[in-house]
Design a protein around this ligand. Structure first.
Ligand SMILES: *[C@@H]1O[C@H](CO)[C@@H](O)[C@H](O)[C@H]1NC(C)=O
Ligand SMILES: *[C@@H]1O[C@H](CO)[C@@H](O)[C@H](O)[C@H]1NC(C)=O
Ligand SMILES: *[C@@H]1O[C@H](CO)[C@@H](O)[C@H](O)[C@H]1NC(C)=O
Ligand SMILES: *[C@@H]1O[C@H](CO)[C@@H](O)[C@H](O)[C@H]1NC(C)=O
Ligand SMILES: *[C@@H]1O[C@H](CO)[C@@H](O)[C@H](O)[C@H]1NC(C)=O
Ligand SMILES: *[C@@H]1O[C@H](CO)[C@@H](O)[C@H](O)[C@H]1NC(C)=O
Ligand SMILES: *[C@@H]1O[C@H](CO)[C@@H](O)[C@H](O)[C@H]1NC(C)=O
Ligand SMILES: *[C@@H]1O[C@H](CO)[C@@H](O)[C@H](O)[C@H]1NC(C)=O
Ligand SMILES: *[C@@H]1O[C@H](CO)[C@@H](O)[C@H](O)[C@H]1NC(C)=O
Ligand SMILES: *[C@@H]1O[C@H](CO)[C@@H](O)[C@H](O)[C@H]1NC(C)=O
Ligand SMILES: *[C@@H]1O[C@H](CO)[C@@H](O)[C@H](O)[C@H]1NC(C)=O
Ligand SMILES: *[C@@H]1O[C@H](CO)[C@@H](O)[C@H](O)[C@H]1NC(C)=O
Length: 739
């Protein structure tokens, strides 16, 4: 039994680190250097002033004409600079045109010398005309000329295609740093003037020129220039030759330039930025963009240099679909892994339980010894029996498929949301047999909620009581477990007393019956259930009412099973502000008297119609227990009681109930009555009431008030002051203790 308690405390199903990540928007130039010219971003090793570019090579000395807002490499306009080893320039078009009026030819032939920059294979040599041939002469590592010709047989019609009729193209080798472009005409336009009288030739980045037969044959000269891609690299040596003296900075690597001389740098996989700058390469947050392929985006975890799809405990990643799947129990690798994990997480046990339940249903009875030992150790056999619905078990927990739940909630439609709490979202579901259910789904990625869900299955599977919300089943195929409950129609007691349904049609008879039902239920949980259970979060918001206003206790997410041989448990303090037992809060020792305290507060709420914590009240009376106690002490209890409830016939019962509530909220847990006794006392109130009604024999109200007022005062005089002390403690509670 000891083992189980330990497991509860050490239960951290999934360690989720939400890495606070802030994208550093860094300049791409050296610190203190201009980073743009016009709308072109300047990236180091390029720069526009001394000390701003890589000084070993004048190639990286660009100039910015501030008036023109244009960047230049020598006299050539630059339109894009990237750290990835490319530079885009604008290169003028070459042409030759014939003017029939003057019988003369106008022409422009361009040559480009680019120093250490060289032509990229991304360019195409292009000629446009109908009586045209053109040459490209390039010099550098290999001197050569190439060219193409275009003669129009008929008027060209094709648009967008440069395929010989009015336009021709040929590819360009990489590596040369000097080129000359020259178009020629075959006939001096003597007999093809019907098409055009110009011939054009130019280099252009592949894809940047779409041939338009009509417009381009006439007016291409007006375009004047096209983008051309040039390659650059650092130095003349390979990475091997430079060794550690390369200029690549942190989280980047050196690679030999594709153009054959020198080297370039690039960020490691999973990083981005300028590798030539200190801290230039930054980790990419794949999860905040679409750069990951996890099928559930919320399972994505960013890591330095990459990401992972992190499945919740009990699920395994399928590397093909990148989605989380329930672990296949038959996998031997998995079994080895579980043996170590079994000892530490009860949540895992439960997933195992449900999985093995499915397995049982499928008549796969391959029980392992380890699992069996573990079950026995924790009373798991009994749980198993109940879960599987075998024998005389009265709790039949169904396993729902993900598909089934999706259909029932209409794909988690927003209109089906019944409520959204700290624990998760509750949907209204309609099963194929038209029955209505409530489906609770934990918020994704919060492991403590998954823990509470599993805890709730464990607790609820122990209980079959008409005043406890029935767990119909669970679904473990999804990332977070889903719990399926019976659907309770009329909302929470909290809503009826203070909230949206504040109709106050709850008479004293209703309230007394609800109190009796809740008290009876808690008494059952504490003593009659097969394993004693402490609810830990008794409050009006957790008491549901059905259409007959019958109480149904809900939300066992925080509840604890108490091992038979233990009276109390040391736990992390958990509960709701206003209902939290001050003794439990101070000591951390949980026992059934903590529920008694919370019930006392609920009873006070029923009596007074006030909230457990009311901020409008003066400081002393903020907490209902405190308010009640001081009112009783000062013999003005009638001021506290909900006016709509009290009449001259039920005064005695109400005062009696008030006394019970005060007993329940005594500071010392030992002094509080047991739930069983409370249930009996409340029940007795109802019985005597019925009796009196029948006998028609009412005592004089005045007399009762007098008698009881004194009695309560003398019995509770000392309590009220101690209660106040305890309230002070509660007030300093961290808000996080509430939910
Ligand atoms: C830069 O600005 C010029 C005009 O100032 C514009 O034609 C060009 O498209 C711009 N380039 C980019 C990449 O925005
Ligand atoms: C430069 O080219 C890169 C890569 O083609 C592109 O992403 C970037 O937008 C361009 N920048 C400018 C200013 O044109
Ligand atoms: C910038 O361009 C303008 C116009 O073309 C020219 O007059 C001026 O001399 C240039 N400035 C520099 C610093 O080159
Ligand atoms: C950079 O280039 C410009 C023009 O191309 C030139 O005037 C200047 O002297 C060069 N700077 C250095 C440091 O060589
Ligand atoms: C030749 O070019 C000059 C200057 O661009 C222009 O003035 C002249 O009209 C042109 N002649 C022909 C025949 O196109
Ligand atoms: C142009 O040349 C043609 C034939 O070569 C001739 O017929 C024509 O008169 C010349 N025109 C002018 C303006 O010189
Ligand atoms: C290419 O031509 C240039 C100039 O004409 C010359 O200096 C160079 O040696 C030639 N290169 C080769 C590889 O022939
Ligand atoms: C074209 O005209 C030029 C002068 O305008 C002349 O030098 C050349 O020989 C002519 N070529 C042909 C093929 O007629
Ligand atoms: C070309 O690069 C070499 C080595 O980096 C350098 O020494 C040389 O000055 C550069 N040439 C030009 C024209 O920038
Ligand atoms: C590489 O990147 C990581 C994560 O951004 C960072 O912690 C580390 O300091 C970087 N290394 C260098 C040498 O800059
Ligand atoms: C992953 O999912 C695919 C498609 O659902 C399935 O065919 C495959 O068997 C799965 N792989 C593993 C290792 O479970
Ligand atoms: C998926 O890949 C990871 C690492 O590559 C591996 O550890 C894991 O076992 C794989 N899972 C499956 C189901 O194949």
């Amino acid at each position: 039994m000891k083992v189980k308690v330990k497991m509860h405390e050490g239960m951290f199903l999934v360690a989720i680190f939400s890495l606070a990540y802030t994208q550093l928007v860094k300049g791409q130039s050296l610190p203190g250097c201009p980073s743009t010219c016009g709308n072109v971003t300047i990236e180091y090793p390029f720069g526009t002033s001394p000390d701003c570019y890589y000084a070993e090579d004048d190639t990286f000395n660009l100039t910015c004409n501030e008036t023109e807002k244009q960047l230049f490499f020598r006299n050539i306009p630059v339109i894009n600079v990237t750290h990835s080893g490319e530079l885009r320039i604008l290169a003028d078009i070459s042409y030759t045109c014939y003017d029939s009026q003057t019988n003369s030819t106008n022409w422009s032939y361009n040559t480009f010398g680019m120093g250490n920059l060289t032509l990229s294979v991304k360019n195409m040599f292009t000629a446009v005309g109908c009586d045209t041939y053109a040459f490209l002469s390039t010099y550098g590592v290999r001197n050569y000329s190439s060219g193409c010709m275009s003669v129009c047989g008929s008027a060209p019609e094709t648009n967008g295609e440069c395929s010989g009729n009015g336009c021709c193209q040929t590819s360009v080798p990489r590596g040369n740093n000097y080129f000359r472009v020259r178009p020629y005409t075959f006939t001096n336009y003597s007999d093809v003037q019907r098409y055009n009288n110009c011939s054009y030739a130019f280099l252009v980045e592949n894809g940047s020129f779409n041939f338009d037969a009509v417009e381009d044959l006439k007016n291409l000269r007006d375009v004047t220039s096209f983008p051309v891609v040039l390659d650059w690299s650092i130095g003349k040596q390979t990475c091997k030759q430079v060794g550690n003296t390369h200029i690549c900075r942190g989280n980047s690597t050196c690679f030999d330039s594709i153009r054959g001389t020198g080297y370039n740098c690039k960020c490691f996989e999973g990083f981005e930025g300028n590798p030539y700058l200190l801290d230039g390469c930054q980790d990419i947050d794949e999860c905040s963009s679409i750069r990951h392929n996890c099928s559930y985006p919320k399972t994505c975890r960013n890591m330095v240099g990459g990401f992972e799809c992190k499945c919740p405990s009990g699920f395994d990643l399928n590397n093909t679909t990148m989605s989380c799947e329930v672990i296949d129990k038959q996998d031997p690798k998995y079994l080895g892994w579980t043996t170590t994990l079994l000892g530490t997480t009860i949540g895992f046990l439960l997933i195992l339980l449900c999985v093995s339940f499915i397995q049982q249903r499928m008549k796969h009875r391959k029980d392992t010894k380890i699992r069996h030992q573990f079950f026995e150790q924790n009373g798991g056999d009994m749980l198993m029996q109940r879960l599987s619905g075998a024998g005389q078990s009265n709790v039949d927990v169904k396993i729902f498929t993900e598909e089934g739940i999706k259909t029932a909630t209409n794909g988690y439609d927003e209109s089906r949301i019944l409520g959204e709490g700290g624990q998760g979202t509750v949907y209204k579901g309609i099963l194929p047999d038209n029955s209505i259910v409530a489906i609770k789904k934990a918020h994704l990625g919060d492991c403590s909620q998954v823990e509470q869900f599993i805890n709730e299955v464990l607790v609820l599977s122990q209980i079959n009581h008409r005043n406890v919300v029935k767990l119909l089943g669970c679904c473990l195929e999804t990332e977070v477990p889903l719990l399926v409950y019976e659907f309770i129609t009329s909302g929470t007691l909290f809503d009826h007393l203070h909230g949206s349904m504040c109709d106050s049609s709850l008479t004293w008879e209703h309230r007394l019956r609800i109190a009796i039902e809740v008290a009876g239920t808690l008494a059952y949980l504490h003593s009659s259930a097969s394993i004693p259970i402490i609810h830990r979060d008794v409050k009006t918001a957790n008491i549901l009412l059905d259409e007959n206003l019958t109480a149904k206790v809900a939300d066992f997410g925080a509840s604890r099973l108490i091992p038979m041989d233990k009276e109390e448990l040391a736990t992390k303090v958990q509960g709701t502000l206003g209902y939290l037992d001050p003794e439990y809060y101070n000591t951390g020792l949980l026992n059934e008297k903590s529920d008694v305290y919370s019930f006392g507060v609920v009873l006070m709420e029923l009596l007074s119609g006030r909230k457990a914590l009311c901020s409008e009240q003066p400081q002393q009376s903020k907490h209902l227990v405190n308010y009640f106690a001081s009112a009783t002490k000062e013999n003005r209890l009638h001021e506290v009681i909900d006016g709509q409830v009290m009449n001259k016939y039920n005064q005695r019962e109400i005062y009696e109930a008030a006394r019970i509530a005060l007993e329940c909220t005594r500071l010392i847990g030992e002094e509080r009555p047991r739930m069983k006794e409370i249930a009996a006392e409340l029940e007795a109130l109802r019985v005597t009431k019925t009796k009196r009604k029948w006998s028609g024999n009412y005592p004089e109200p005045k007399e009762i008030e007098h008698l009881l007022g004194v009695e309560i005062l003398s019995a509770q005089g000392e309590t009220s002051s101690t209660v106040y002390d305890s309230i002070k403690n509660v007030r300093i509670l961290d808000i996080e203790a509430g939910r």
